[in-house]
Design a protein around this ligand. Structure first.
Ligand code: GLP
Length: 250
């Protein structure tokens, strides 16, 4: 938790001081400066940082707890409670992250972790059916919807299909489409996993939080693999939804 957030609180104004502190805390939760699951500093420390008495801090926290914006956990501290809205991701449509976000009225964006061309690993050669000394473009990014981190994504594309990964600024699929490359089918494998401390920090969730890991291999009409992507979706946001048809008596 960045103490700076609290140091910057401007508590000037009218009315009781605990109400002003409460309003600043609620504002920081509302703006996303304090994220869901974040721990507040202990009461005494917070009182010192913002320059008020412990009684004032206790009262502001008590009211925010009653209103459901904070949660006290015995022996552990006080935590921000603002779970993001859940997203239902259908499993039968081959769409891009950009399309998925836009369809929900959310603004898609990416924070780049890596973008470059490399010699393919044995796994990439096998998965993308490449020749032995093939090169691949690798893209690693945090995917955000309305500035909220939703997933970490690592994509590998044969370099003869994407020779300049820097060409991808927002949507990989749009860049492929501009080059006349169309993915018509994909296979996905979904597994459960726990995020490492580093992954959790990138997704602003507690270390060790669970996630949904999806590995997608996408193919063109001729059956050539075009992409191999591993995505770690936040499981506190994503519901994977499938539409099943009765298969008759088996
Ligand atoms: C989803 C898929 C990825 C795919 C990506 C493309 O996130 N899980 O396999 O690479 O969409 O998204 P965009 O075109 O927005 O880069």
């Amino acid at each position: 938790m960045r103490v700076q957030i609290f140091e910057d609180f401007d508590l000037s104004g009218d009315g009781p001081i605990y109400r002003r502190l409460k309003a600043r805390l609620a504002g920081a939760i509302g703006s996303g400066a304090l994220v869901h699951g974040a721990a507040l500093p202990p009461e005494r420390e917070l009182a010192q940082i913002v320059g008020v008495s412990r009684v004032t801090v206790r009262r502001a926290i008590a009211e925010l707890t009653t209103e459901g914006l904070l949660q006290r956990r015995h022996g552990a501290g006080t935590f921000v409670m603002r779970p993001p809205a859940r997203i239902e991701q259908p499993l039968q449509r081959l769409t891009s992250f950009t399309q998925d976000m836009q369809a929900r009225g959310l603004k898609p964006s990416s924070l780049w972790l890596e973008r470059g061309v490399h010699a393919a690993t044995a796994e990439e050669i096998e998965g993308l059916k490449l020749g032995e000394n093939a090169s691949v473009a690798r893209l690693s990014r945090i995917r955000l919807g309305d500035d909220l981190p939703m997933a970490i994504e690592h994509s590998t594309i044969p370099a003869d299909i994407l020779d300049r990964p820097e060409a991808v600024e927002s949507s990989l699929y749009s860049v492929l489409a501009e080059r006349g490359v169309t993915m018509v089918r994909a296979e996905e494998r979904i597994t459960a996993c726990l995020l490492s401390a580093e992954q959790a920090a990138l997704l602003t969730v507690p270390a060790g939080a669970p996630a949904l890991h999806i590995r997608r291999t996408g193919f063109d009409a001729g059956g050539r693999p075009l992409e191999m992507t591993r995505t770690y979706y936040r499981s506190d946001i994503y519901d994977l939804v499938a539409d099943l048809t009765y298969a008759g008596d088996l």
